[in-house]
Design a protein around this ligand. Structure first.
Ligand code: URA
Length: 200
């Protein structure tokens, strides 16, 4: 069962409606809107960033500011289409001044991210940056040490890589991220072909 269908009593649309109505932490009051996530509810590949920034808060979509423009370029160069993947963040409301979300805010938003993962059921999750890496792999994880390594949690392959905003600050990180995307696409294409088996 995937995000478009019913799982127990909750669908992705219902989870989104709940999230849009959320007031579990103080971030909601300081943000213009809740940015739940977007993309295919049947995506095999999910990207998880940190939290919405100013442009995302203005437009209501994840990764539409400068980091998002760069992410789109990386997608294009990798042969990935934004519509075929699912994109979200650890926290769904913009932290004031783009500060790092607090542990309390991350916890308050945790069930939404967990629900998105359970409902979309991706085969692969890419953690964009340190916060997603710590949240989904290990709170002690250091992105600089483990980027490009595969992890597995609940049968889902997880690949941490640098956040696109980090590449804007330090273009030296572009090369390792490109290596990570080449590896990602290789594994993703293999999985996609396996799952197409006998669908024709
Ligand atoms: N940075 C993020 O982590 N997420 C966004 O949606 C935009 C910028």
């Amino acid at each position: 069962m995937r995000g478009t269908e019913k799982e127990g009593h909750m669908t992705l649309g219902q989870l989104e409606a709940e999230c849009l109505d959320c007031n579990k932490c103080a971030l909601r009051a300081g943000a213009k809107q809740v940015i739940f996530g977007e993309g295919s509810p049947d995506a095999r590949l999910m990207f998880v960033g940190e939290g919405p920034g100013r442009h995302e808060d203005d437009l209501g979509k994840p990764f539409v500011g400068a980091a998002g423009v760069l992410l789109d370029k990386i997608f294009k160069a990798s042969g990935l289409k934004r519509e075929e993947v699912y994109i979200t963040n650890v926290v769904k409301c913009r932290p004031p001044g783009n500060r790092m979300p607090t542990a309390k805010e991350i916890r308050a938003c945790g069930d939404y991210l967990k629900g998105q993962i359970q409902l979309v059921k991706p085969s692969i999750i890419v953690c964009l940056g340190a916060l997603a890496t710590k949240t989904l792999i290990n709170p002690q994880a250091r992105i600089t040490r483990i980027r490009g390594e595969w992890f597995e949690r609940n049968g889902i392959k997880i690949l941490p890589t640098f956040h696109p905003a980090a590449l804007l600050r330090d273009p030296g990180k572009k090369r390792p991220v490109w290596e990570d995307f080449k590896e990602l696409v290789r594994v993703y294409r293999d999985i996609s072909v396996e799952q197409m088996d006998l669908k024709w």
